[in-house]
Design a protein around this ligand. Structure first.
Ligand code: HEM
Length: 478
C-alpha cells in the first residue's frame, strides 16, 4: 500500500490539524461557523458532480496509440495519417440510453469516441459500434433520444415510445435490425468494432478531396450476450464492460483494432445509386473495398475517472488539415452540438483541462471566461488583426471548395430514399440461428407495445423481406 507522509491541507494549502472532529462549543455543543475546514468540505461535496452527458452518460475509457502502417498519402495530407506516425489517443466507450448508473450489459448501441492528440491539434472521431444510425435528419435526433430515455410521467423506459417512433420512421429500420440482432448486446468494449459512421473527407497535398468512411476492426473477436445471458450478468454486475476493459489493461492484455478506410471519389459519388451522405446507409464493401491503414491499441487505464473520463469532451468539430466534413446533415448538426454541450456540461475552458488539451500549441484569441486557469501572454496582441506580432491565419490550410448545390428549402428526407434494401440484405446475410435470435429479441423488446404500433412496425419488416415480418409475427404469436 502507498504510504502518505505529507501534511493534509485545505484547498488553500493551509495545514489541517484535525480532520476527525468539527469545531464545537463544548464537547456536546453546537458547531462554530468559523470551522472553515468543515464548511469547505461540505461545500465542495455539493459541487462534486457535473451534469451527466444527455446521451452516452455511462462510459469507460483508456489511453493508447494509433500507428499508421500503410501509405495513404494519395488520399490525405493529414500528418496523423502518414505512414510510420504514432499518435497518442484517448478512447471512451459508452452505452447510449442509460444514465451514469446504468448497467453495461444492456441491448444498446455502443459509443466509440476517439481523441487523437496530433501535432496539428486534436482530431476527434466520435463514432459508434455501428456503421449506420437511426435517423438521417438532425431535426429528429432529440425526438429519437426522448424515446430512449424515461417517460415524463412514469419515469420508466418505454417500449411503446421506442417502437412508436421507429415504426413512424422507416429510415431507422437498418439500425433497428442491427440493434435487435445477435450483435446488439456486446459482451464488452474490447469485443466491438468501431465506425466513424458518417462520410467524411480526406484531402491530399494536391488539395484533392475524397469521400471516406473510417472503420476499426476488433482483434479480440466480436462477442455478444443473448438477452438471457445479459440478464444473469446484470444481476451480478452493472459494470461488466468497465471490469473487462480495466482488468484486461491491468493484466497488460492490450486490446487492438485494425484501422481501415473506404474511399469514394467525387465521380463515384455523383453516380452512386444511393445518397452516399445518408447516415442510414453503408457503402457496400464489394464496391468500396476496405483499405488497410494501421492499428490502434489501448494500453493505459485512466488514473482518475472524474478528471479524465467524466470531463473528457469529444467533438466532431475537432478536425485536422487533410480531414474534413461532408454534406451529411447529421454530421453538420453534430459539428455544432458537441462543443455547445461541453461548454454547458464542463465549462467555457473545457479544452484547457489536461484530458482535452491538445498536445499541439494553442494560439487563440478566445481567452476570457470562467475558470481560465493559465495566464495568457498576449502583450498588446489581444485581438486580430494586430500590428504586434500576434498569431495569424495561414491560407495554406484552405480546403478545396466544398461542393454544394440547390435552393434553400426543407426537403422531405423520406422521399426518394430506399429504406428497405440494405436492411433486407442484412437480414438475408443472417444464418437461421441469427434470424431466430433477431425475431426473439424483437418480440421481447415489443413487450407491452400496443398492437397498432406492432403492426405498423411489422409492415416495415415485411417491406425489407417478407420472411423478416413473418418471423417476427411468429415470435409474437400473431
Ligand atoms: C454524445 C449529440 C448523433 C456518437 C453526444 C452528446 C451530444 C450528442 C450532445 C453529449 C456530449 C457531451 O455532453 O459530452 C448528438 C446529435 C446527433 C448525434 C445532435 C445527431 C444530430 C450521433 C451519432 C453518433 C454519435 C450519429 C455516432 C456515429 C456519440 C458518442 C457520444 C455522443 C460516441 C459520447 C461521446 C463521449 O464518450 O463523451 N451526442 N449526437 N452521436 N454521441 Fe452523439
Amino acid at each position: 500500500m502507498t504510504q502518505h507522509s505529507k501534511t493534509m491541507t485545505t484547498t488553500g494549502g493551509n495545514p489541517i490539524a484535525d480532520n476527525q472532529n468539527s469545531l464545537s462549543a463544548g464537547s456536546r455543543g453546537p458547531l462554530l461557523l468559523h470551522d472553515y475546514q468543515l464548511i469547505e468540505k461540505l461545500a465542495h461535496q455539493n459541487r462534486e458532480r457535473i451534469p451527466e452527458r444527455t446521451v452516452h452518460a455511462k462510459g469507460s475509457a483508456a489511453f493508447g496509440t494509433l500507428t499508421i502502417t500503410e501509405d495513404i498519402s494519395r488520399y490525405t495530407k493529414a500528418k496523423v495519417l502518414q505512414k510510420g506516425t504514432v499518435t497518442d489517443l484517448f478512447l471512451r466507450f459508452s452505452i447510449v440510453a442509460a444514465e451514469r448508473g446504468g448497467a453495461d450489459a444492456e441491448r444498446d448501441v455502443r459509443g466509440f469516441a476517439m481523441k487523437f492528440y496530433t501535432e496539428e491539434g486534436n482530431w476527434d472521431l466520435v463514432g459508434n459500434n455501428t456503421p449506420v444510425f437511426f435517423v438521417r435528419d438532425p431535426q429528429k435526433f432529440p425526438d429519437f433520444i426522448h424515446t430512449q430515455k424515461r417517460h415524463p410521467k412514469t419515469n420508466l423506459r418505454s417500449n411503446t415510445a421506442k417502437w412508436d417512433f421507429w415504426s413512424l420512421s422507416p429510415e431507422s429500420l437498418h439500425q433497428v435490425t442491427i440493434l435487435m440482432s445477435d450483435r446488439g448486446l456486446p459482451k464488452g468494449y474490447r469485443n466491438i468494432d468501431g465506425f466513424g459512421s458518417h462520410t467524411f473527407s480526406l484531402i491530399n497535398a494536391q488539395n484533392e478531396r475524397f469521400w471516406v468512411k473510417f472503420h476499426f476492426k476488433t482483434e479480440q473477436e466480436i462477442e455478444n450476450y443473448t438477452d438471457a445471458e445479459a440478464e444473469a450478468v446484470v444481476a451480478k454486475s452493472r459494470e461488466s464492460s468497465q471490469e473487462d476493459l480495466y482488468e484486461a489493461i491491468e493484466r497488460q492484455e492490450f486490446p487492438r483494432w485494425k484501422f481501415k478506410i473506404q474511399i469514394m471519389t467525387k465521380e463515384q459519388a455523383e453516380v452512386c445509386a444511393f445518397n452516399p451522405f445518408d447516415l442510414t446507409k453503408v457503402w457496400p464493401h464489394g464496391d468500396y473495398p476496405l483499405i488497410d491503414v494501421g492499428v490502434m491499441e489501448l494500453n493505459r487505464n485512466p488514473q482518475n475517472y472524474f478528471a479524465e473520463v467524466e470531463q473528457s469532451s469529444f467533438s466532431p468539430s475537432n478536425v485536422v488539415p487533410g480531414i474534413g466534413f461532408s454534406p451529411d446533415k447529421m454530421l453538420a448538426a453534430r459539428v455544432f452540438s458537441y462543443a455547445d454541450a461541453h461548454r454547458y456540461r464542463v465549462g467555457t475552458h473545457y479544452e484547457m483541462l489536461p484530458i482535452n488539451r491538445p498536445k499541439a500549441e494553442v494560439n487563440t484569441y478566445n481567452a476570457d471566461g470562467s475558470m481560465r486557469f493559465d495566464v495568457p501572454d498576449f502583450g498588446d496582441a489581444f485581438y486580430e488583426p494586430n500590428s504586434f506580432g500576434g498569431p495569424k491565419e495561414d491560407k495554406a490550410y484552405l480546403e478545396p471548395a466544398f461542393p454544394v448545390n440547390g435552393d434553400g428549402d426543407r426537403y422531405d428526407h423520406r422521399i426518394g430514399n430506399d429504406d428497405f434494401s440494405q436492411p433486407g440484405a442484412l437480414f438475408r446475410l443472417m444464418n437461421e440461428d441469427q434470424k431466430a435470435q433477431l425475431f426473439g429479441n424483437i418480440a421481447r423488446a415489443m413487450d407491452g407495445v400496443p398492437r397498432e404500433i406492432v403492426d405498423r412496425q411489422i409492415a416495415l419488416f415485411d417491406q425489407a423481406d417478407p420472411a423478416y415480418g413473418a418471423g417476427v409475427r411468429h415470435a409474437l404469436g400473431i
